[in-house]
Write a protein that binds this ligand. Structure first.
Ligand SMILES: [Zn+2]
Length: 463
């Protein structure tokens, strides 16, 4: 290469390089922090820890050093990586896996177990159908000592793993520690964690956090039912005092009244196998469950219809049936000239494993369009789609129904040529009917807040 060409190349390189303040310790420390996180994600945990320590020493008083200091502790969060990425965290349930009682050289062993977790969800019929609605993340957490509290010993671990006191010796963790670590290290977490505990048996779950002894995969799904779905036990075995009275929950009732149990709509619909059966919530008397046919929340292999319905609705608290829409600006009306080109609207919808969402399009004068709650993407991120409430009915027949390609993309074309000038609404609605081939009943019978439905509305001004 001659000198002139070289100079041109060098100038190009300089122009392409990101703006960087020379010798800015904040920038250098941040770069090193990113490198440490990359090493942790690749499973090189000792390297990550030495980099964190280096940041603390070399770049004190920087923002990165504050993070690195925390991550250099004997009990610490080291980094996070995807195990199963189905889509953007803003529109998926992010299940964060964590480990407790794994010293630095054993964090790999924890990683091997986590690699099997997608298959654990896949083997359960409910989660298999909605697997693409979940992301599974591996948070690497180091503990100073191996094992957990119990057997007369106290161990120094990151998340307070312990053998619970009571009739059964199942493992627990300190949920406040789990939540604090998630909020500090994983800012956009969904408050859903499964902690694999290095010793002990069985597990416990509630309030978004499940604790499971490592490789107790049957227990994992049960505890996830508690933690994520707020489901109660459908078994009768006494596992410790739970109070004198049973208040009603999704799948356990404090009353045997068929019209008052939380699953009364399943009984009213005369769904076979659903009734009111005494013996649940760890007691033989005074608590009632919906089925005796077996449920994961009892000792069954699959979730009963009542629990399955609750889990699907809970998933839709975090996941909007419409994953993306184009054009993606809804605030500004779209101006259309009558002699102009046609315009195409499209949506990408979620795709359960064996059934398809239904998509309908309406093109209505704005005055005839229903007034819906405005689309707010923050609701799915926050797991609060239920707060949107139901969508108003549209009396008009849809102008288009279905017509998708294989990737779940549905489009609607608008030709302005024959339209009268005025304001119009293009409305797209997607709904998960939860009707699977060969099944008599939908998975969700009652959806008071229309969680299974989503809508996008574009305003079009024809001139
Ligand atoms: Zn159940």
């Amino acid at each position: 290469m001659d000198a002139q060409k070289c100079l041109a190349a060098c100038l190009l390189l300089l122009a392409a390089a990101p703006a960087r303040v020379a010798d800015d310790p904040e920038v250098e420390a941040a770069e090193l922090l990113a490198k440490a996180e990359e090493k942790a994600a690749k499973g090189q945990h000792r390297t990550a820890v030495s980099l964190y320590k280096k940041i603390v020493k070399k770049y004190p008083a920087t923002a990165a050093a504050e993070v690195a200091e925390r991550r250099s502790q004997p009990n610490a969060f080291l980094g996070i990586a995807d195990v199963m990425r189905s889509g953007p965290s803003s529109n998926r349930v992010d299940v964060v896996m964590m480990g407790d009682g794994y010293p630095i050289d054993d964090v790999d062993e924890y990683g091997d177990i986590v690699d099997d977790v997608p298959r654990v969800f896949e083997r359960n019929r409910t989660f298999e159908e909605y697997l693409s609605y979940l992301n599974i993340l591996r948070a690497d957490v180091v503990s100073e000592e191996a094992g957990i509290d119990g057997f007369g010993r106290e161990k120094s671990t990151a998340l307070g793993g312990a053998i619970s006191e009571g009739e059964q010796s199942q493992v627990t963790v300190d949920r406040a520690l789990v939540r604090a670590m998630m909020d500090q290290e994983i800012p956009d977490n969904d408050g859903v964690a499964v902690v694999l505990v290095q010793r002990g048996t069985l597990g416990t779950g509630g309030g978004g956090v499940a604790a499971v002894a490592q490789r107790e995969f049957d227990t994992l799904v049960h505890e996830f039912g508690h933690a994520f779905g707020n489901l109660r036990d459908e078994y009768t075995t006494y596992t410790g005092f739970r109070g004198d009275e049973t208040t009603s929950h999704i799948n356990v009732s404090g009353t045997p009244d068929e019209t008052k149990v939380p699953w009364a709509h399943w009984i009213a619909a005369k769904v076979k196998g659903i009734g009111v059966y005494e013996g649940a919530d760890g007691r033989v008397r005074g608590a009632w469950k919906p089925t005796t046919k077996g449920c994961v929340m009892g000792d069954g292999e699959f979730f009963c219809p009542v629990c399955r319905e609750a889990l699907v609705l809970r998933i839709y608290d975090f996941v909007d049936p419409i994953d993306a829409a184009y054009p993606d600006a809804f605030a500004e009306p779209i101006q259309l000239a009558r002699d102009g080109e046609p315009i195409e609207f499209s949506v990408q919808v979620m795709r359960p494993a064996t059934h398809k969402l239904e998509v309908s399009w309406w093109f209505l004068p704005e005055a005839e369009a229903p007034v819906s709650p405005p689309y707010n993407p923050e609701l799915a991120s926050a797991g609060a789609r239920a707060s949107r409430g139901p969508l108003p009915a549209i009396d008009a027949k849809p102008d288009q129904f279905g017509r998708n390609d294989k990737r779940g993309i549905y489009s609607f074309e608008l030709k302005p040529a024959k339209l009268a000038p005025g304001h119009y609404s293009v409305i797209c609605r997607a709904v998960d009917t939860t009707k699977l081939r060969g099944e008599k009943w939908p998975w969700v019978l009652k959806d008071d807040n229309d969680l299974l439905k989503s809508e996008r509305v574009w305003t079009v001004v024809v001139r």
